[in-house]
Design a protein around this ligand. Structure first.
Ligand code: NAD
Length: 244
């Protein structure tokens, strides 16, 4: 599955963390790649970059269409942009619920809607969504985030069924705790970031966090023709945290 020569890919949230690692790996293996992000200013090298907010349908439509036209089509869509939320149902108000669901769930709906005509026209169009073990783990203090990722998992299965006969596969990855700027920001907010990191690592069955490169590798596998018979699945990359 190492060869993406001649393939074109769009990665949302591709300026940082898992999305960045995925965009770079796809490009290293020969794909033409466009990163779509709120702030693509740090994106360099062979990657194309477009600014768009996945909560804005007009911006998404314009960016996806322009990227596909510029690259000469679209074979691979990685729906990775996402934001977090902590707390129980009593801690987040309606506006916070709507905001997180808008990014994490409707963001995928908007990019997929704009990309599907191109993916259908591709020989082997594929969507990979970045879900989370939170979709099924029942994590404490993550009611809103878990619900949003549960929706991503269900959406992945439904979209796989809807588009399999059109030649488009849809899968997701379920990362555990991944060492990205996102987790770095959470650790930095703790009174003792180093102690907090050590405690987080100790909670991992593997004794370490998952790397963004490991999640990117799983996404690239699902995006590759090697996985041509795989659709409607979630691939755990969680260091043994849950394994679903
Ligand atoms: P990150 O914060 O490092 O990167 C997320 C990127 O998404 C950023 O570049 C950000 O600008 C972009 N983004 C956010 N909102 C956007 C919007 N409205 N429109 C366009 N772009 C937007 O985060 P990460 O850790 O790499 O997470 C990426 C994905 O992985 C998310 O969907 C997250 O839920 C999921 N995930 C992360 C972990 C983890 O432990 N880091 C675990 C499981 C799942």
């Amino acid at each position: 599955y190492a060869d993406f020569a001649g393939r074109t890919a769009l990665v949302t949230g591709g300026a940082s963390g898992i999305g960045r690692a995925t965009a770079e790996l796809l490009a290293a293996r020969g794909a033409r790649v466009t990163v779509l992000d709120l702030d693509p200013s740090t994106v360099t090298g062979p990657l194309h970059a477009r600014r768009a907010d996945v909560t804005d349908d007009g911006e998404v439509r314009t960016a996806v269409t322009a990227a596909a036209e510029e690259m000469g089509g679209l074979d691979i869509l990685v729906n990775n942009a996402g934001i977090g939320a902590q707390g129980t149902v009593e801690d987040n108000d309606d506006a916070q619920w709507q905001r997180v669901l808008d990014v994490n769930v409707l963001g995928i709906v908007r990019t997929s809607r704009a990309a599907l005509p191109y993916l259908r026209a591709s020989t082997g169009g594929v969507i990979v969504n970045t879900c989370s073990i939170a979709a099924t783990a029942g994590l404490p203090q993550r009611a809103l985030y878990s619900a949003s990722k549960g929706a991503v998992l269900s959406l992945t299965l439904a979209m796989a069924a809807d588009h399999v006969r059109e030649g488009v596969r849809v899968n997701c990855v379920n990362p555990g705790t991944v060492d990205t700027p996102w987790v770095g920001r959470l650790l930095d907010a703790a009174p003792d970031p180093a102690a907090e990191r050590a405690a987080l690592e100790a909670r991992q069955p593997t004794g370490r966090l998952v790397t963004a490169a490991e999640v990117a590798t799983a996404i690239c596998y699902l995006a590759s023709s090697t996985a041509g018979a795989t659709t409607g699945t979630a691939l755990a990359v969680d260091g043994g945290m849950q394994g679903l």
